[in-house]
Design a protein around this ligand. Structure first.
Ligand code: ZN
Ligand code: FE
Ligand code: FE
Ligand code: ZN
Length: 265
């Protein structure tokens, strides 16, 4: 099985489990590598209630070390972060990038302005929103995240569909500018299996987006976005089928921010 690089720890306050449990699950799933990428701190603090604080970074490094100790000789453990892309975040991401010998950084758009639109507390706000306008704003933010060139992997490309608010008709008008920006940046994307368990009932991104991404030469990883050991490597066989149908023949590996590839089996 491919590596699973998008996984969380209880430091983000909405995940559960011990490092040993996550590693045992990764080994049981037959993953080639396991990566930890918890929600990065963001400044100014207090920022929100679903991430570690800057003061907790040392605890995060200890968590990774515990995972590595348990995994030793059995599976490589990579160190990453899931960073939030917001207006003006560049200098903070650069700061974070220098705080550890990361294997990769993941960039995510969870915020449009001050709205963390993928949080279930906002279902009411979604109901009152112009879906087309939200999508336009989301994809613009996603393209600017790619343009920043700060991330090795760009997370859950069409997360904006999470609660199944999707504009009617052909979605290529949203996808194409984002695909162009991602291809130009050289960043990879992930096929994130968590979407199968949300209202949208579809992995992120859609099969069409994946097909466009493959044609544009954009690299791919497969991710579970596990917030508990039972979710590690979840639905990877199904995701491999989807990636192959879109034209992919390999997924990427990251070590000290250098990339390699492994064939999709
Ligand atoms: Zn989370
Ligand atoms: Fe995310
Ligand atoms: Fe995540
Ligand atoms: Zn995520």
């Amino acid at each position: 099985m491919p590596a699973d690089y998008h996984t969380h720890t209880p430091l983000c306050r909405h995940a559960e489990g011990e490092p040993e449990g996550f590693i045992d699950a990764a080994i049981a799933a037959g993953l080639s590598e396991y990566g930890i990428s918890d929600h990065a701190p963001h400044v100014p603090e207090p920022f929100d209630d679903w991430r570690m604080t800057v003061a907790e970074l040392p605890s995060y490094f200890q968590w990774i070390e515990r995972a590595r100790a348990h995994a030793a000789g059995r599976i490589p453990v990579r160190a990453g972060l899931e960073c939030d892309w917001l207006e003006g975040a560049e200098s903070w991401i650069v700061d974070l990038a220098g705080r550890h010998s990361w294997d990769y950084l993941i960039g995510s758009v969870h915020y449009l302005g001050d709205w963390d639109f993928d949080h279930p507390k906002w279902l009411g706000r979604w109901a009152e929103s112009d879906v087309d306008a939200v999508w336009t704003r989301y994809w613009k933010a996603y393209a600017s995240m790619a343009d920043s060139g700060l991330f090795d992997i760009l997370a859950h490309p069409d997360l904006v569909k999470k609660f199944a608010h999707i504009p009617p008709g052909d979605l290529d008008r949203f996808y194409e500018p984002a695909i162009d920006a991602i291809a130009a940046s050289g960043s990879a994307i992930e096929l994130n299996t968590a979407g199968w368990y949300k209202t949208c009932a579809e992995a992120y991104p859609s099969p069409r987006f994946l097909e466009l991404a493959c044609s544009a030469g954009i690299g791919l990883v497969i991710s579970s976005d596990a917030h508990a050991p039972t979710e590690v490597g979840r639905d990877f066989s199904r995701a491999i089928g989807l990636a192959k149908a879109a034209g992919y023949r390999e997924t990427l590996l990251f070590d000290q921010r250098q990339r390699n590839s492994e064939p999709l089996r």
